[in-house]
Design a protein around this ligand. Structure first.
Ligand SMILES: Cc1cc2nc3c(=O)[nH]c(=O)nc-3n(C[C@H](O)[C@H](O)[C@H](O)COP(=O)(O)OP(=O)(O)OC[C@H]3O[C@@H](n4cnc5c(N)ncnc54)[C@H](O)[C@@H]3O)c2cc1C
Length: 488
């Protein structure tokens, strides 16, 4: 396709280690690339490369996470040519590597298989009460409604099957193969999207939005992170679905300063979509970005599985500090106790459950012990305190009452062999988002729509939630809105 060099401009290049290195590598000097990186350049040159569109689709989606793929499914199904670009070489975003605990509600499949109330039943009232507490209740309500629709889409269009219901968790749906077994779902989604003509452009990082002479966004620039090769992609509807900013140290220091010194379990949450958006004047919701969500353990191995079987969590002093089935309380609870790690202890009930494969990803970090004495020695905790914890837990199991932490589930004594693993708190997801209207079209500081640009997934969800299910729902919702706008 011919390039109209004079009319296109890069709105700014986001600072990416590899991308800037490649820019500097083919530039005669630092000044132009530095200027372009800061978004100050008047022209369209980055490393002296003019804009030249090599690919084109009506819909260009940046990010192949849960949001990006369902958005692409909807737009392609509506007959709009669609390209999904991702730095990774597979679909699924961070959800692919997550525990995969999914909290769906309001779906037909939920009503059918678990007798759950549909969105139009009592569920609607519950969710409306939840949504009213949000800063943007109208969008929260839409996303609630779409969680049911998205689950039905996965079940009907992609034949996706979940694990049978686990006792006490009727709105929770787990991967059929157990926790962390997310690849089958994403591989099925990919196959289906291939089948309806979605083009995937992998291992490419979007580093700039491209604008035309009026300043409107008309495409994106991608850089192959291995070769440095640049590809410009033209699009009518640009969807930013790049996830959160938890891996970006500067953004975390600014918005979530209490977490600055914690490690981060993912590397892809660089806030790229936020930085790209800023180059064309899209506003960030600073208030939502500062909302603290929960923390994780450095490994999903046993951390999430503790919701689904008997276990104990203790600090280095040998004492319990939380309700073990309220897993996210572990990381924050441990920090609140001024501790830097905690131990999980479990037995064969969990080890031989459907989550065995997930647990075994703990590998050499998992220790097997035959006695409480051996456990104390392995974990280097005081035996007397650990024994007191086991004695107390025996009492809790006998009475069904856990006065300190009010745990109600899986109150079963642990039997040897015992297994233990040390966990460290890490950050893993953020809450906040770009400012959008009800159609998820991005807005500038004055509340005006920035034409052609949409936010999907957790970067477009304001303060609704930063989980997998709302990301699917948001992607589906945005895809439908684009299809509607395109047909208007
Ligand atoms: C360890 C962990 C465990 C989790 N466990 C659960 C759980 O059990 N249940 C649950 O509901 N949620 C869980 N989550 C959260 C859930 O995975 C996310 O909320 C969800 O994946 C968000 O979807 P998304 O599509 O908005 O973004 P993401 O999944 O983050 O996808 C964004 C995609 O954009 C790509 N990208 C980013 N920048 C660029 C760029 N410049 N150019 C090209 N591509 C780019 C990334 O490579 C990525 O593929 C977990 C998250 C983590 C990290």
């Amino acid at each position: 396709m011919a390039s109209r060099r004079e009319f296109f401009k890069l709105a700014g290049v986001i600072a990416t280690g590899t991308a800037l290195a490649s820019v500097a590598g083919c530039s005669a000097g630092q000044s132009n690339s530095a200027k372009a990186a800061a978004g100050e350049g008047e022209g369209f040159l980055v490393g002296y490369q003019p804009v030249s569109f090599a690919k084109e689709a009506r819909v260009v989606i940046v990010g192949a996470g849960p949001a990006g793929v369902l958005c692409g499914y909807e737009t392609a199904k509506a007959g709009l040519s669609t390209i999904i670009i991702d730095r990774d070489n597979v679909v699924g975003g961070v959800a692919r590597y997550s525990a995969g605990v999914q909290n769906w509600f309001g779906s037909e499949i939920g009503a059918r298989e678990r007798g759950l109330l549909s969105w139009e039943g009592g569920m609607k009232e519950q969710m409306e009460a939840f949504n009213q507490k949000k800063n943007f209740p109208e969008l929260a309500e839409k996303i609630s409604e779409y969680t049911g629709k998205a689950q039905d889409l996965l079940a009907d269009a992609f034949d996706y099957e979940w694990d049978p219901m686990i006792e006490n968790y009727e709105t929770t749906w787990l991967p059929k193969g157990g926790l962390c077994e997310n690849s089958p779902l994403f591989d099925t989604i990919k196959e289906n999207l291939d089948g309806i003509g979605v083009e995937f452009f992998f291992e490419n990082r979007v580093t700039s939005l491209i604008t035309d002479e009026t300043g409107e966004v008309v495409g994106v620039r991608c850089v192959d992170e291995l070769t440095g090769e640049i590809t410009d992609v033209k699009g009518e509807y640009i969807v930013l679905a790049t996830g959160g900013f938890i891996s970006d140290q500067e953004m975390v220091a600014k918005y979530l300063p209490n977490w600055t010194n914690l490690g981060c379990v993912i590397t892809s949450g660089n806030g790229d979509g936020f930085k790209l958006a800023k180059t064309v004047g899209i506003a960030w919701d600073e208030e939502a970005m500062s909302i603290y969500k929960n923390l994780n353990a450095h490994s999903e191995a046993i951390f999430v599985a503790q919701q689904y079987g008997p276990s104990l969590s203790i600090l280095q002093n040998g004492r319990r500090f939380m309700n073990e089935t309220s897993v996210h309380a572990a990381a924050t609870g441990c920090l609140a106790c001024n501790a830097g790690n905690w131990w999980s202890i479990w037995d064969d009930t969990l080890m031989n459950s459907q989550n065995r494969e997930c647990i075994l990803t703990g590998g050499g970090e998992i220790h097997t012990c035959q006695t409480v004495e051996e456990l104390a020695e392995t974990m280097n905790v005081p035996l007397s305190e650990l024994q007191a914890t086991f004695d107390e837990y025996k009492q809790i199991c006998a009475t069904g009452e856990d006065p300190k932490f009010e745990r109600k589930l899986w109150l079963q004594e642990l039997k040897p062999p015992y297994y233990c693993m040390n966990n460290r708190p890490v950050r893993y997801k953020t809450m906040g988002a770009l400012k959008t209207d009800i159609n998820c079209q991005c807005l500038d500081e004055k509340g005006n729509v920035v034409p052609h640009v949409f936010a999907a997934g957790i970067m477009g969800l304001f303060d609704y939630s930063c989980d997998q299910v709302p990301a699917y729902a948001s992607g589906m919702y945005v895809g439908e809105r684009i299809a509607e706008l395109a047909s208007a």
